[in-house]
Design a binder for this molecule. Structure first.
Ligand code: AVJ
Length: 415
């Protein structure tokens, strides 16, 4: 059951919890079990927003709590970077992408600057676009869209008709994206449909809505780097199983390079990345009632050549004990409380950012059932964008040799 409604700009502001600003005609639909009559909304250009799936705060909070308890009870303490991206976290990440030391964004921007036109004419004009039919440009974890803008501009200049479908878990990030897109393009040019929710669920939703449209799925910015390489392979396979033959995947990955360059990118001199990591402790204090003292943790980032990844840690500077607020648990109303002991110099593993080589990516895409078409590099060859397609001769989803037995992939919301 779904309902859609035309919403006022004030409502848009409150949905996004941000100051009011004019963003054309905005439509919001909530995809949920609520029994509300549906009304038709699609009207060409403009901005629309759909919340996909249940956004159940209580369940989310319980999952977060359980994750933290498991991660801090483990002999090697670890938390998942999935939880970095509350509103403040998304804001801090946006700040990171502005830092010169964080070369990833600029490198990929350079790739789009140089090759967006080539990508469009060589790969993103599949049959439908040539026949003047709309294609979906789906973006996973859209961020502020600064790089994507270059792609959209190239599509427009080649007169490709498209709907831009950014998917993100953070409403605030989506609000910023809508605003920056509204600023960057003239009125009535863009057709944007933002989806709030989990990547694969949102993709399922959008592919069901437009079963015959061709899709370009963009997963850029090296977001895939937060997955282990096994998780990355599984994710790509699951994604491929949902895509149709000839659908295109644009995958942005950071490449292996001098460790000093990478280390600077993940421990910047202004301390933004440090704040980004510490923000998870703040989030736990706020949402789970822990009592982390930020002064007792130092942020450290090192390259691990064995797994080819930058790893971030919060190192505890003095031995102490953290407690977590008590909650009612179970139907009997019993209570549980949790304490986590920290030794001096013990660390919490916070994040992995995997770095690849062109061959590793080609191999991974091939194994996941894609055909690699092109790899694009910046001048320094620090970053790479790979274009691949789902081959024609494949029955999507019917690859016994690629079957995914482990259905749980709890990192679907990385950005
Ligand atoms: C958003 C996953 C691409 O790993 O480079 C930036 C996140 N962490 N600085 C990355 C991040 C520290 C970023 N990704």
């Amino acid at each position: 059951m779904q309902f859609s409604l035309k919403i006022s700009l004030n409502y848009f502001s409150s949905v996004f919890q941000c100051p009011r600003r004019s963003v054309g005609a905005i439509l919001c639909s909530v995809h949920s079990k609520m029994k509300v009559p549906s009304s038709s909304t699609d009207d060409g250009t403009g901005f629309r927003l759909t919340v996909v799936g249940e956004q159940d705060d209580t369940t989310e909070k319980l999952k977060f709590r359980e994750h933290v308890i498991a991660g801090l009870t483990n002999p090697t303490k670890a938390l998942s970077s999935v939880y970095f991206y509350d509103d403040r976290g998304s804001e801090l990440y946006a700040k990171i992408t502005d830092l010169e030391e964080y070369y990833l964004t600029e490198s990929e921007r350079e790739i789009f600057e140089s090759y967006a036109n080539d990508m469009v004419t060589t790969h993103f004009c599949p049959r439908n676009a040539k026949r003047n039919e709309i294609i979906n440009i789906v973006e996973l974890g859209a961020g502020d869209g600064r790089k994507t803008r270059l792609l959209l501009k190239a599509l427009i200049s080649h007169r490709v008709k498209f709907e831009y479908i950014p998917i993100d878990i953070s409403r605030k990030a989506m609000a910023n994206l809508f605003r920056s897109m509204d600023k960057a393009f003239p009125k009535n040019v863009l057709n944007v449909h933002g989806l709030i929710g989990n990547y694969l669920e949102c993709l399922r939703y959008i592919f069901l809505q437009h079963p015959s449209r061709e899709n370009v799925v963009a997963f850029i910015g090296s977001s895939i780097g937060n997955f282990s390489s096994q998780q990355a392979s599984h994710f790509l396979q699951k994604l491929r199983a949902q895509m149709k033959p000839r659908d295109v995947l644009l995958l942005g990955t950071d490449l292996r390079k001098d460790a000093r360059v990478m280390q600077k990118a993940y421990s910047d001199s202004a301390g933004v990345t440090r704040e980004f990591n510490l923000n998870l402790l703040i989030r736990m204090n706020k949402e789970l009632g822990t009592n982390f003292d930020l002064k007792k943790f130092e942020h450290v980032a090192v390259y691990n050549p064995e797994i080819g990844a930058m790893e971030s840690f919060l190192v505890c500077t003095e031995a102490h004990c953290i407690s977590m607020a008590t909650t009612e648990s179970g139907s009997k109303g019993s209570t549980t409380s949790h304490h986590f002991m920290f030794k001096q110099f013990e660390r919490i593993h916070m994040e992995c950012s995997h770095k690849y080589t062109p061959d590793l990516i080609s191999e991974m895409l091939h194994t996941a059932g894609y055909q690699v078409r092109d790899q694009y590099f910046d001048n320094r060859q620090w970053f790479m964008d790979t274009v691949s397609v789902v081959p024609d001769n494949q029955q999507s989803g019917a690859h016994p040799e690629n079957a995914i037995h482990n259905g749980s992939l709890d990192m679907e919301n990385i950005q």
